[in-house]
Design a protein around this ligand. Structure first.
Ligand code: HEM
Length: 541
């Protein structure tokens, strides 16, 4: 290109080897040497063997051989797009994070990636599955990643169970199937032995798990996070994305046909919409509450298997995300983007949610391997768009190292001179952890306040319309009829009995069980009289 030809002093006079006809770029090796023939390997005579000497052919094959990197261990199948977030209703009373508390109208560039969870990179888009909804905000104070799903709750309360949950939905180790659609025996075995998953299972059996496209899904941060204001006061927050396009799903029959006809249906839909200038938008909403609410709420706000009803803590819309730019290169951007729940900025903090704490470790750990070393923040899609200064150095693929002599702290270089002595921590504007009230002995058991696994599952089921309830009964009947082991089928019905007896009976009849099995013993009896519970009496219909 122009820069390179200038460097090589080829642009003036004589042949311009880098642009011979003034139009197309000349093909070069990775070292920049022009290539004369890209079709024929150097050989010993026209019918002779190919020569190892051909450094151009070898370089080309070598690079091709190394094109693959490990796919994500979960959420491998995904689609990324660029956009921006516009702050419409700043909340400085709750946070000093500039992205949420800056001027009204402040815009922050973002990159969003939507995904399925269980399938591999080449799996079909319309699987009955949870959808990932991950957004990276390139804020003035560093990258903030909101790594959520299209379902507001999760299967498990503790990250230590995650490898087992995922193994149960991925292909079985002996036969290498099933995948993506539904994992049948192993999945149902695991969830039927894990009562805390019942609320999420209800959502997964609902139409939410087969969205019409990424553009018609809600998104949720799931965990309770903290916001911290300029006075150091903390509030709890849950994040919501509400699609301006509305919420739409397909039915199972349609999902099966679409998967067969066009397994790329969701990614194509997103690309086409943006390409046509029909930019999808989501409002960002927050549910903000304090310690007092948390203490009085019937469920534990640190329990990721529970939501907080919007009627009880209304969602306040504070801004809008617009997706308006397709990627230039799928691998460079969508494949190499690295979201991580631990990427938060000053003015925010984590909570003691045991699932969140585990995630904070897991994402960084997996990305170290997936992206080949500790320098993946140097890849443009992951690099912050604000200044970055630190003493981190070296490692595979280091693109930026500390400048000058000072690569440690404290140092006394540059005192009283202009010499650069490197960056310094700033107590006023830097990230500080909120002092949470931990102070208990370390134990390996979950608090009693996490023990009601059925009430919100029941609330979700009851809040569905009649036709949606039929879809759920059908989904459960279809899924459980694929489960070969009768004891697993019965155990699942034993859970459904806590959720809704009519639903349990329908599924029981649907899968041909002669009689209803016993209820699975509950760690804590669900609330059945909805009128007694403020958090449950509010039904969405
Ligand atoms: C990837 C969401 C729980 C480990 C992802 C992605 C999303 C997501 C959206 C895809 C990010 C992308 O598009 O690149 C969630 C939500 C969870 C949850 C909402 C629960 C609230 C967990 C837990 C663990 C975990 C408990 C582990 C302890 C991972 C890993 C990846 C991933 C290893 C792959 C990351 C990569 O290769 O870049 N998750 N997840 N997740 N998740 Fe989770």
């Amino acid at each position: 290109d122009y820069k390179m030809s200038k460097q090589l002093n080829l642009s003036k006079g004589g042949a311009n080897h880098q642009k011979p006809n003034g139009k197309e770029d000349v093909l070069t090796t990775a070292q920049g040497a022009p290539v004369s023939d890209n079709q024929n390997w150097l050989s010993a005579g026209p019918r002779g063997p190919q020569l190892l000497e051909d450094h151009i052919a070898r370089e080309k094959i070598f690079h091709f051989d190394h094109e693959r990197i490990p796919e994500r261990v979960v959420h491998a199948r995904g689609y990324g797009v660029h956009g921006e977030f516009e702050l419409k209703d700043p909340i400085p009373e709750f946070t000093h994070a500039a992205v949420l508390a800056g001027e009204k109208g402040k815009k922050t560039p973002i990159f969003a990636r939507f995904s399925t969870v269980a399938g591999n990179k080449g799996s079909p888009d319309l699987a009955r599955d949870v959808r990932g909804f991950a957004v990276k905000f390139y804020t003035d104070q560093g990258n903030w990643d909101l790594v959520g799903n299209n379902i507001p709750v999760f299967f498990i309360q503790d990250a230590i169970k995650f490898p087992d949950l995922i193994h149960s939905v991925k292909p079985a180790p002996d036969r290498g199937f099933p995948q993506a659609q539904s994992a049948h025996d192993n999945f149902w075995d695991f969830v039927s032995l894990t009562p805390e998953s019942m609320h999420m299972v209800m959502w997964q059996m609902s139409d939410r798990a087969i969205p019409r496209s990424f553009r018609f899904m809600e998104g949720f941060g799931v965990h309770t996070f903290r916001l911290i204001n300029a006075d150091g006061k903390a509030s709890f927050v849950k994040f919501h994305w509400k699609p301006k396009q509305g919420l739409q799903s397909v039915i199972w029959n349609e999902a099966l046909k679409i998967n067969g006809a066009d397994p790329d249906f969701h990614r194509r839909d997103m690309w086409d919409a943006i390409d046509a200038g029909d930019y999808p938008q989501w409002d960002l909403g927050v549910q903000i509450f304090d310690e007092e609410f948390a203490e009085n709420f019937e469920f534990d706000v640190l329990d990721a298997t529970k939501l907080i009803p919007e009627e009880q803590v209304p969602v306040r819309i504070i801004g809008t995300m617009t997706l308006n730019n397709n990627v230039d290169n799928f691998f460079a951007e969508t494949e190499q983007v690295a979201f991580c729940t631990q990427n938060i900025v000053p003015g925010m903090d984590f909570t003691e949610d045991p699932l969140l704490q585990g995630r904070n470790f897991s994402y960084l750990d997996t990305q170290l391997k997936r992206l080949g070393g500790p320098n993946f923040t140097h890849i443009p899609i992951n690099a912050p768009k604000c200044p970055v200064h630190n003493f981190q150095q070296d490692g595979h693929m280091a693109m930026s190292n500390p400048k000058g002599r000072a690569n440690y702290e404290p140092n006394s270089w540059g005192e009283g001179t202009d010499e650069d002595r490197g960056p310094r921590a700033c107590p006023d504007t830097g990230f500080t952890s909120h002092e949470a009230s931990v102070g208990s002995p370390k134990i390996r058991e979950r608090s009693e306040t996490f023990a009601d696994h059925y009430s919100q599952a029941r609330q979700f089921y009851i809040s569905q319309t009649e036709i949606e309830q039929i879809h759920m009964a059908n989904a459960l009947t279809f899924e459980l009829s694929k489960v070969v082991r009768m004891d697993i089928r019965k155990r699942m019905i034993g859970h459904l009995l806590h959720i809704d007896e009519g639903l349990a009976q329908d599924v029981c009849d649907g899968i041909g069980l002669a009689e209803l099995p016993d209820k699975v013993p509950a760690a804590r009896e669900p609330i059945t009289d909805l009128a007694e519970s403020p958090a449950l009496s509010i039904l969405k219909n």
